[in-house]
Write a protein that binds this ligand. Structure first.
Ligand code: GLU
Length: 468
């Protein structure tokens, strides 16, 4: 028998769609728990639904987990490839008298279903107690479930959940085409992979009872179960398209950093006191699946933005520059690679205000423009004779600035306005437009800092002479 002392968890997505954040959180909790216990985290791709499973979705799942930094300790197991082993276990259940061949016709089955739906007993087959029949005639193989008693799942999150055995169908283990069914495959694979803790969405709680019966019939140790409540939208309704992003790839496209999403997902339904931001090492040290809350978690965009902003501040500027360059390229305005160090410098100056990488791209794009560039209409309109005269005097002041730093520049602008007897509003908008050409830009001092003295003054010269 397999050694069961070390904790083994697994994430078992079906590649019938992309990787949703609910799945990503399940994967993360499995990883955290395995790490916390010094065990292993495994991945199983449940690709038995041959029609809906695609290689592209498998890749999306692998990429999504890789991006999020939730990677398994061994290459993934593909469930469909284990079909022979699943069939062998069904034979073993037959031999143990815990399964039977069922020859019910489609009509008989429909009738039994109808009865079960009307509040009758769970589906049993008249073939349940007959002596074994012709293995060559079309049939399915059903599990021979207990008729009475109860199956209790001592769920690590939900507590004790009892199921009356008489309400559990004799589920099909092997279809008439010889394909193993879902609940059987999950049990066999979890057993073979040495899984000790099944941590998954609570939509599988009912399956846990059926699966527990198969473990029992095979005399296999039952793993511990922990069923996670769903993630809801901010309004408390089931997470759906109208709440914005759902897939991990969408969060990446919206400019969230993987470490920020990881931190945020760990906080969804679990927490360590009021700690909002914590490292991976802290999450591993603190995480216990038993501490996951029973109520559904709600997606909270402002909180996610706040956490992302924190991680943007922490992130290396060269890395951010690379990510921002990708965004420029996606937007159809790539910049040269040799501009990247300059961009990293600009990022350092403006990133404080950015909650997402998209915002960071917005905040920096102005500085990467090559001059001279045409001014937008709004800025051109603002450049009246009076404003131009003001800006030209400000240019002289800036040229004479001894210390090109944000506080100094702020002070200079304030002093200049005061000396001129005008509010900053009188020329601020126009200056921003002159420096940026009308694309989004940070506040004046930050914009001047980001550009550097030579570039800032050159842009002012361009604008003032263009409009002479
Ligand atoms: N493949 C199942 C799903 O994607 C998960 C099964 C399990 O975790 O046991 O919902």
């Amino acid at each position: 028998m397999t050694e069961r002392s070390a904790v083994v968890t697994r994430f078992a997505p079906s590649p019938t769609g992309s990787l949703h954040i609910g799945g990503a959180r399940t994967a993360l909790f499995n990883l955290l728990y395995a790490r916390h216990m010094g065990g292993n985290f495994l991945l199983r791709i449940e690709d038995t639904d041959r029609e809906r499973s695609t290689d592209a979705n498998v890749q999306i799942i692998l990429d999504g987990l890789g991006w999020l930094g939730v990677t398994p300790d061994a290459p993934p197991v593909f469930q469909a490839a284990q079909a022979d082993r699943h069939r062998a276990v069904v034979q073993e259940l037959l031999a143990r008298g815990r399964a039977y061949r069922c020859y019910m016709t489609v009509e008989e089955l429909a009738e039994a279903r109808e009865k079960a739906r009307a509040g009758g007993p769970a589906i049993r087959s008249p073939w349940r107690d007959r002596a074994s029949n012709d293995p060559d005639a079309p049939h399915v193989i059903r599990f021979k479930g207990p008729l009475d008693g109860e199956t209790v799942i001592d769920d690590l999150i939900k507590g004790e959940v009892s199921f009356q055995n008489k309400e559990l169908d004799d589920l099909v283990l092997l279809r008439s085409d010889g394909m193993p069914t879902y609940n059987l495959a999950v049990v066999v694979d979890d057993h073979d992979m040495g899984v000790t803790h099944v941590i998954r969405g609570d939509d599988h709680l009912n399956n846990a009872a059926r699966q527990a019966l198969i473990y029992e019939a095979m005399d296999w140790p039952r793993p511990a179960f922990a069923h996670l409540p769903l993630i809801h939208g901010p309004d408390g309704a089931k997470l759906s398209k109208r709440h914005g992003a759902q897939a991990v790839g969408e969060f990446a496209d919206m400019g969230y950093l993987p470490e920020a999403l990881r931190n945020y997902l760990a906080r969804l339904g679990w927490g360590h006191g009021d700690d909002e931001i914590f490292s991976d090492a802290e999450a591993i040290a603190w995480f216990d699946v038993a501490d996951v809350v029973k109520a559904p978690a709600r997606l909270d965009w402002p909180k996610l933005n706040h956490i992302n902003q924190h991680y943007i501040q922490q992130a290396d500027n060269d890395r951010l520059a690379e990510l921002v360059c990708e965004i420029y390229a996606q937007r159809g305005s790539p910049i040269d690679k040799d501009q990247r160090p300059k961009l990293a410098g600009i990022i350092a100056l403006v990133k404080e205000a950015a909650q997402t990488l998209l915002q960071l791209a917005d905040l920096t794009v102005f500085a990467t423009r090559s001059r001279p560039f045409a001014l937008d209409e709004k800025t051109s309109k603002l450049l009246t004779e009076e404003t131009k005269a003001l800006l030209s005097r400000l240019r002289t002041r800036l040229d004479a600035e001894t210390e090109w730093s944000r506080p100094e520049l702020e002070r200079t602008i304030r002093d200049f306005a005061q000396g001129e007897g005008v509010g900053i509003g009188k020329f601020g908008q126009a200056l921003r437009g002159v420096l940026s050409g009308g694309v989004p830009a940070p506040d004046l001092a930050s914009s001047l800092m980001a550009l550097g003295r030579a570039e800032a003054l050159a842009r002012m010269d361009d604008a003032l002479s263009l409009l002479q």
